[in-house]
Design a protein around this ligand. Structure first.
Ligand SMILES: Nc1ncnc2c1ncn2[C@@H]1O[C@H](COP(=O)(O)OP(=O)(O)O)[C@@H](O)[C@H]1O
Ligand SMILES: [Mg+2]
Length: 192
């Protein structure tokens, strides 16, 4: 929750054998996403991460896993330096899709975002800690969503406090879905 939206990372796709000739399909403040090969019918992408927090979210031994977390197939290691001052890391992840305007996943996502935003407003005087307290509120308050969603919010809270990450649950494109309609926390944390 910042007043000015963060700029999109301007870097070219790093020079790396895995990334040559790959089609770029997404880009955010700190990540470039390119198409990878489809394996056994499962579409994959390479996420080129420049945020140590995102890299931990995708590769740490104690990263959150389960129904609503992205499936990671491989950690391909570093690939040069980003303009943000950190190395790029390439991880191979299941391909996800933007949430449509309607449907179950979209409804849950909207509810998570708005509840999180409301909780942030409640604790905005806590400044730095606002986001984590707001996430804690979501994690411990039954709001009518599935147990798997509640468990995932708890797991996100654990990860955030362990890694000093801040939740980023307001931007709509940080929540995505699988083709089968499962909601996935694609990019739910960022660095302080
Ligand atoms: N697994 C994925 N499959 C397909 N597209 C993705 C995937 N993850 C992210 N994207 C796309 O790339 C964009 C940037 O990725 P994101 O992880 O949100 O990076 P950032 O940390 O820079 O915000 C997303 O908004 C989305 O459109
Ligand atoms: Mg993002």
């Amino acid at each position: 929750m910042t007043d000015t939206p963060a700029p999109i990372i301007p870097d070219p796709v790093p020079d790396h054998p895995l990334l040559k000739g790959r089609k770029e399909i997404g880009r955010g403040e700190s990540t470039i996403v390119v198409e990878a090969d489809t394996v056994d019918g499962q579409e994959r992408v390479y996420k080129i991460l420049s945020s140590p927090t995102d890299y931990a979210y995708y590769t740490a031994d104690d990263r959150p896993t389960g129904r609503h977390f992205p499936i990671v197939f491989a950690d391909h290691g570093p690939a040069g330096r980003s303009s943000r001052g950190y190395p790029f890391y390439i991880v191979e992840v299941e391909r996800l899709y933007p949430l449509p305007g309607t449907g179950d996943a979209a409804e849950v996502a909207t509810k998570i975002s708005t509840s999180y935003f409301d909780a942030c407003m409640m604790w905005r005087n806590l400044a730095q800690d606002m986001g984590r307290i707001a996430l804690h509120h979501l994690a411990v308050t039954p709001m009518g969503w599935a147990d798997t969603v509640q468990e995932s919010l708890k797991a996100l809270e654990t990860f955030s406090s362990e890694y000093g990450a801040l939740p980023d649950l307001i931007k709509a494109d940080n929540l995505m879905m699988r083709k089968d309609g499962t909601l996935v926390f694609s990019d739910p944390v960022f660095m302080e």
